[in-house]
Design a protein around this ligand. Structure first.
Ligand code: PLP
Length: 231
């Protein structure tokens, strides 16, 4: 298992580098986030042995449990976050990828202020307008950024989206390109404390397209750890 995980990580790193080399939109640095949801902590340790430091979880409880095992690693929350779970998360995550409502932003501000920390967040967009996905609609973004940038304990770091669940690579590509264009447009607007440098997009099936379109964090699970079994 440990050799397989190391090999998978190395293959993915090479594919990321190749995608960077063939696109003008590619970021200079791309972080591989290993999505460890549903996999036991032993698999996380296998990945650490291969040099991996950043891990993504989509449920708060699972993130907190794994954080307690390995507090020195980077833990990212990538799944939808319920307001009533924020209190368990603050101080344990280095980046929340899924900020998608004002109510949630207010709660992150309140809980971060209480612990005297700044919490890094990405705003999630629902570019493909799929009912099953959370995230803001494009036309809500500008006002939302205005508001979030004013929160002293919420540090806005960029944008996140999930590619559409379709076969058509060009449809996936246009969603990722759109996230980059939205970021570029919003960066023209001067807002204090508004950092939009991170673009989190791409999963096991589409991370190479995402890198070509400017992702600097790709969230890859099953291509590293093998097929996931949901319990
Ligand atoms: C599970 C998940 C991933 C990783 O999915 P894989 O297809 O296993 O790479 C990425 N992003 C989010 C938001 C997820 O929930």
């Amino acid at each position: 298992m440990i050799e397989k995980i190391a090999e998978n990580i190395s293959v993915i790193q090479n594919k990321i580098a190749a995608a960077q080399a063939r696109s003008v939109y590619a970021a200079k640095q791309v972080q591989l986030l290993a999505v460890s949801k549903t996999y036991p902590i032993e698999r996380v340790r296998d990945a650490v042995a291969a040099g991996q430091r950043a891990f993504g979880e989509n449920r708060v409880q699972e993130l907190v449990e794994k954080f307690e095992h390995c507090p020195d690693l980077e833990w990212h929350l990538i799944g939808h976050l319920q307001t009533n779970k924020v209190k368990y998360l603050i101080g344990k995550t280095c980046l929340i990828h899924s900020l998608d409502s004002m109510e949630l932003a207010q709660e992150i501000e309140k809980r971060s202020a209480a612990q005297d920390v700044q919490t890094n967040v990405l705003v999630q967009l629902n570019i493909a307008k799929e009912d099953t996905k959370s995230g803001l609609m494009e036309d809500e973004l500008a006002d939302f950024l205005d508001a979030v940038c004013a929160f002293p304990h919420v540090h806005l770091s960029g944008l996140m989206t999930i590619g559409p669940n379709v076969e058509d690579a060009s449809a996936i590509r246009s969603v990722f390109a759109r996230l980059r264009q939205l970021r570029d447009a919003q960066q023209q607007i001067l807002r204090p404390n508004c950092d939009l440098s991170l673009l989190s997009m791409g999963m096991s099936g589409d991370y190479e397209i995402a890198v070509e379109e400017g992702a600097n964090i790709v969230r890859v699970g099953s291509a590293i750890f093998g097929q996931r079994v949901y319990s």
